[in-house]
Design a protein around this ligand. Structure first.
Ligand code: GDP
Ligand code: CA
Length: 346
């Protein structure tokens, strides 16, 4: 069975671990989100690709859900002693090695997809992982920063923001700015509303080699409980990917990252609001739409959503969707594959 999974970071990675346990012999291709990528300290950091690679390769810090196990942060401390930041982004000493290798290979002319393959040679994640694109795509978020925010002043000094203040927008309270997604998510913890979420560069990006081929050859396509806007939404924003999925002629089944009208982890509600989508399991299903999704799993606590989703033309089941451990996650993966078989035969 050839399975294609579109994945963000933690939600995608944990789901993939369960999927591998559920179907050990399946041929799994992961199309990874690179909209979270950021240049820090001269290095190219790909947080979502690394979270998947470390999680499946056994190198992840289980408690944090990102970064390396047994990590130390001495390099970052030394940089801070020079006044070099940003301090808000956690980069550990062991993790730094990955970014150095990646940056070196990119500088030598290898595309990100080849670099990712080389990094995965070490980690052996047991899946084929392809970045959504080899081109640069960076998710930016428009926000109004409260007066007094370090980035609201005339010079941000953080070095990582995508900051640009549209002329005349500083009137009233707060300063309207466009910042990098990581600054919004990690530094601000999504504490101010996201007024717009823009995958900068996506429109000009091409799917990485192998992405469209994997989709065309898939027997089933899964959307794990990843962020619908800044993870899966970004992947779908690369021209050609959404169309290829819709036209693949195979079941497309997703699992809701929203349980009980709230994200299980993180602040997905903030970026859903930016695209006008309610933080409910049914609203996310309708956001993807029946043109894309054939099946959708909601958690048992959201069983009342099922009827509404089915009325929208998407086959829906309510099953436990908490990835508490790998066995529970494997059961979710089996449910998703069972729903795929159900919609395949209609
Ligand atoms: P990120 O890139 O690290 O933010 O990770 P993803 O985009 O892959 O996934 C984030 C989403 O996973 C969040 O919106 C969470 O609500 C969702 N999530 C995390 N853990 C669980 C879980 O156990 N069950 C479900 N259904 N969703 C989860
Ligand atoms: Ca992410």
């Amino acid at each position: 069975m050839r399975i294609v999974v579109l994945a963000g970071g933690i939600g995608g990675a944990r789901f993939l671990r369960g999927l591998k346990r559920a179907v050990p012999d399946a041929d799994i291709t992961v199309i990874g989100n690179t909209g979270d990528d950021i240049h820090l300290f001269g290095l190219k950091v790909c947080p979502d690709l690394d979270t998947v690679m470390y999680t499946l390769g056994g190198g992840i810090d289980e408690e944090r859900g990102w970064g390396r196990t047994d990590e130390s942060f001495r390099l970052k401390e030394e940089l801070a002693a020079y006044g070099v930041g940003p301090e808000w982004f956690g980069l550990g000493d062991r993790d730094f090695a990955t970014h150095i290798v990646r940056t070196q290979m990119l500088a030598a002319g290898y595309p990100l997809s080849a670099v990712t393959e080389a990094l995965c040679d070490r980690w052996q994640p047991g899946v084929r992982m392809i970045p959504m694109t080899d081109d640069r795509v960076e998710t930016h978020v428009a926000v109004t920063l409260p007066d007094g925010d370090p980035a609201a002043g005339p010079s941000t000094g953080s070095g990582a923001g995508a900051g640009e203040t549209p002329p005349g927008s500083a009137a009233g309270s707060g300063v309207r700015k466009v910042i990098h997604f990581q600054e919004y998510w990690v530094r601000l913890r999504a504490s101010v509303p996201a007024e717009a979420v823009v995958p900068v560069g996506a429109e000009q990006a091409k799917p990485a080699p192998g992405v469209l081929e994997a989709i065309a050859a898939a027997d089933v396509i899964l959307f794990p409980p990843s962020n619908p806007v800044v993870s899966i939404g970004t992947i779908l924003a690369v021209p050609g990917i959404r169309e290829a999925i819709a036209e693949a002629g195979v079941p497309v089944v997703g699992l809701s990252p929203i349980v009980g009208d709230a994200p299980v982890r993180g602040m997905a509600d903030k970026v859903l609001a930016a695209v006008g989508v309610e933080s409910t399991a049914w609203a996310v299903a309708e956001h993807y739409g029946s043109g894309l999704l054939d099946g959708w799993l909601v958690d048992t606590v959201d069983a009342t959503n099922v009827e509404r989703i089915e009325e929208a033309g998407i086959r829906c089941r309510a099953v436990p969707l908490m990835m508490t451990d790998v066995d529970a996650t494997a059961r979710m993966a089996r449910e998703a594959l069972a729903l795929a078989e159900e919609v395949r035969t209609v």
